[in-house]
Ligand binder design. Structure first.
Ligand code: FE2
Length: 173
């Protein structure tokens, strides 16, 4: 199905969220604050960062000045592929405006784009990560699989001094 049914021909069937899942979650360690957001919109490919999410992020970042990471599914800077950039998280400009005062925000990481990229915005390193299944071809304006890219995942190494190292591991077969 994945290979034969074109993306735009698919019908997306909304599923109710599992009530056990949290839409916002914080993991505070001795040296870092990790802020986890559910950016999904039920039944849609695109996601969103809601005003309530932004308020929550601002509250958390105001009350803790440890180096911070935000993780969410949908990408919040374009990856320069028109077709998938139309399915970014909505409300990203408001997100970036509100994040500007928080110099401790070091990293944003997302998936959704099924490809590996690294960007920098407002001093924040923005990672996208490969998919653990099929990959999309980078810098293509029309939907396109990357037949040569293997499934992969991204490692993050968060150092005690607030610096970050990250790399991608690809499967062998
Ligand atoms: Fe996705």
């Amino acid at each position: 199905m994945v290979k034969t049914c074109h993306f735009f021909q698919r019908e997306l069937v909304a599923q109710p969220a599992d009530s056990r899942l949290l839409s916002r979650h914080v993991i505070e360690t001795e040296y870092w604050q990790l802020l986890l957001l559910d950016s999904s919109i039920s039944g849609k490919v695109a996601g969103e960062i809601t005003p309530a999410d932004i308020n929550w992020l601002c509250e958390r970042l105001s009350s803790c000045d440890k180096p911070a990471l935000i993780a969410l599914h949908h990408h919040i800077v374009p990856v320069d592929s028109d077709w998938i950039d139309t399915h970014m998280a909505e409300n990203t400009e408001s997100f970036w405006q509100h994040m500007a005062p928080f110099e401790q925000l070091q990293v944003v990481i997302s998936g959704h784009t099924h490809q590996e990229q690294v960007r920098l915005r407002q001093g924040v390193t923005v990672y996208s990560t490969p998919s653990t299944c099929y990959q999309f071809k980078p810098y293509e304006d029309d939907f396109s699989y990357d037949e040569h890219a293997l499934p992969g995942y991204r490692w993050l190494q968060l150092a005690n001094n607030g610096t970050v190292a990250s790399w991608v591991e690809r499967l062998d077969t």
